[in-house]
Structures are given as structure tokens and as C-alpha cells.
Design a protein around this ligand. Sequence first.
Ligand code: FAD
Length: 428
Amino acid sequence: MKKVIVIGGGLSGLSSAVSLLKNGFQVELLESSPKLGGRTYSLKHPKFDNMIDNGQHILLGCYYATLDYLNTIGSEQFLSKQKFLKIPFVNKGGKVSYLNSESDNYPLNLSKAIFKFDALSMRDRIKVIDFFLDLFFVDENDHKNQTVEQFLIEKKQNSQIISHLWDILVIGALNTTIDKADAAIFIRILKTIFFEGNDASSIYMASTNLNDLFINNAVDYLNNHHGIISLNETVKELVFENEKITKIITDKREILEYDFVITSIPPYAFQKITNNKIIPNLDEVFSYSPILNVHIKLKDNIFSEPFYTLLESDIHWIFNKGKHITLVTSSAEKYMGMDYNNIIGQFCSELKNYFPIFDVSMILDFLVIKEKRATFIPTKKTEKFRKNFINNYGNLFIAGDWVNTGLPSTIESAILSGQMAVNSIGSI
Ligand SMILES: Cc1cc2nc3c(=O)[nH]c(=O)nc-3n(C[C@H](O)[C@H](O)[C@H](O)COP(=O)(O)OP(=O)(O)OC[C@H]3O[C@@H](n4cnc5c(N)ncnc54)[C@H](O)[C@@H]3O)c2cc1C
């Protein structure tokens, strides 16, 4: 039986390990921290009774690799799926406008959803419908030198449509702003979400925490298939000689016995353990964007929808778990240096602007989580690099949400990258 060492226990590493075991390989997974899940995890905090997720982690019906992974580990029962696409957009003052496809009469239901989306004027709604009709004929390769902003302007989307629709969708999907994001990846994901049937655009939310959904059953799967998990073990160096990895040096031992190695770590960690040798200057390609999560414990549940998005606000999403709500800010650079009391003060006044019923006296406690390198930023430069990316160097295979999946920095990209690495090994 061929043996594979998987480095990194985030979702790309877990997906690699699960796929390898499914395909009859022997697996050892090395993870430097005491926990699995990488950027996707839950924690127990004394301020809250329930487990806290480090970020909401919305999934979509077009997360095909993720759904396959959840099915393999037996976690699909923890997913709850929206019957139809329904997103409540809240305006300052509290008016709620729904983007709601209402029926399964695809694709007419999507046009109807836009037609009834009263955050925009009727003229602008028609411009958005025109945009989608035109998108069918758009080839992303014709727009690879553009930012999303340049593409939207070319497609006659005015500032009102941008601020009341595209800004929030782009920042939610790509964790960056329209002036930085690459147009080609944006076109690709719009087509995947909206042109592949009703299910593709449905939003899935976990009915439990992220550990239950992604991690705990994967650990059981690994244990039941004789996979080995080594936590608290950091890979310090991959010795690359004669076009292959000849030795793995960790902070505890040297590993010489394996057939293949899969790295499932971010670019900056990959550079460190390969001494910048295998893919020179990788650090110059990737930059990162933060996400801020503010968890608030309320006396009462004052929200009726499971989530909201706020128009023209720094609070991009609110997720409602009853007396526990989470406020999410993507591309949150300006909050990284701000202290927690300032953040909560600012966000409370913002909440009051959008939900006048809210009052600061309703707050029992709060917790701020800053994730500085939450995702890489999908710029023209990264996407050009990723398009030509090679994930195989001798016995080394590279996974991680940043490889050539064609997707933004997401769970789907991470899980797909693990499956791609295993397929590449299988084809040797
Ligand atoms: C707050 C937040 C919200 C998000 N929201 C969403 C969302 O709504 N939807 C979505 O699809 N995606 C979301 N994402 C993105 C998603 O979490 C990531 O794309 C995905 O988890 C990346 O997985 P990965 O395995 O590629 O990398 P990681 O999760 O970074 O895993 C890498 C692992 O490797 C380990 N490691 C690193 N170096 C070494 C070493 N030398 N030796 C051993 N181990 C090592 C690390 O400890 C880590 O566990 C969000 C991310 C954050 C932070």
C-alpha cells in the first residue's frame, strides 16, 4: 500500500486525507496546531453557552466538492438548505428588500427575483436583468486584464446598482473590493452560481457548528480507515533534491518513509518549509485580506431572518442564531488595529441605524475575532499565476485553497484542491 504524508490539517488537508483513504492509500496527516480545521473551526468560549464559529462560512449549492466531502464523512445531515435563493438586504432606516427567487421555475425565477428587488429603481433592475442576459455570451478570457469595477462599468452598471447589489456580493464572495478583484474569476463564479440551475444558487447553512460539520466526522473517518493524525507537529523543512522530496524534517523527527507528499498549507507557509526554492517568489504573488467577526449575546432574539446583508455599511452580514448574533465584516483592514471596545461601540450605533428596535442595553456580552489572513485576494496577478500553476513536483503534490482550482479563497477551493492532488497522484 502506497503511503502519503499530508502536511496541514485544514480543509484541504482533511479532504486530501479522506480522498486518499477512500482510494486505498495509507495516510499520515501532520498538523502544527493542537486542532484540525485550519481557518474553518469552532471554539468554546466562557462568554457563550454554545460553540462559536470563527466565521459563518456560508456554503452554496455549487460547492460540489464540499457536498461530496460532507457526504463521504457522513455530515450532510448537518446542512440546512434554503428552498429558494432568498437574501434580505437592509437599508439604513430599516427597510428590508428581498432578492427572492420564490419558485423553482428556473431561470425565470431569477429574473423575477431581480424584477422585484426594490432596493433598486425599476430602471436599474432592468439594467441588472440585461447584465445577466448578456453574461451568457461573455467570455472571461476577454476580461482577464480588468478589475470587477472596470467590467461592471463596461456592462453599464451605474453607481447605485454597484452600491446596492454588486459591492456586497463581491465583498462576500471574494473578500475584497471591486477595484481590486479580478474580473475573470468574478464572471466565472457568477456563471457557476446563477447559470447551473436552482440548486447551484441555494444557500446552505450549518445547523450545527463548523467542527461538527467539517471536522469531527472527518476524524472518525480517518480513525476508522487506519489514517494517522499527528497534531502539534510542525514541518520545518522539506528537503528537495533531484526533483523530489527526500526528507521531511519536523520539530519532532525526520520522516523518510513515504511514497508521496501533499502540502495543504497557505503560500506563506509553503515558502517557509521549501526555503523559497520550489516555487520562487511565491510571496510576491499573494496578498491577504482580513475578516472581522463580532459575536454578540443578546437578552432577546429581535431578528426574524436567519441572516441579513446591510447596504452601504461596514457590517456586511448579520447571522442570527437566536440570542447569539454574529456581525461579519469582510476586507476588514481598518479594524485590525482597532481595540475591541471601539469596534463594539461603532457596530452598536451602526446596528441601531439599520434596526431601530436594537438597543445597546440588549447586549449581555460580546466577543471580537480578527482573522488577519482570512483569504488571499484574487487579483489579476494571482489569477494569472494560478491559471498556469503546476501542482506536482516529483513526489510532491500541492493543495490548498490558493492552487489552480479556478475558485476564490473558499472552502470549496480548499476541498477541491485536496481531491485534485489525490487525482494527480492516482494518475501517476
Ligand atoms: C473568518 C473567515 C470566514 C470565512 N468565510 C468563508 C465562507 O463563508 N465561505 C467559504 O467558502 N470560505 C470562507 N472562508 C475561507 C476558508 O476558511 C478557507 O478558504 C479554507 O478554510 C482554507 O483551507 P486550507 O486547508 O486551504 O488552509 P488552512 O485552513 O489555512 O489550513 C492550513 C493548515 O496547515 C497548518 N500548517 C501550516 N503550516 C504548517 C506546517 N509547517 N506544518 C504543519 N501544519 C502546518 C495550519 O495550522 C492549518 O491548520 C473564511 C475564512 C475565514 C478566516
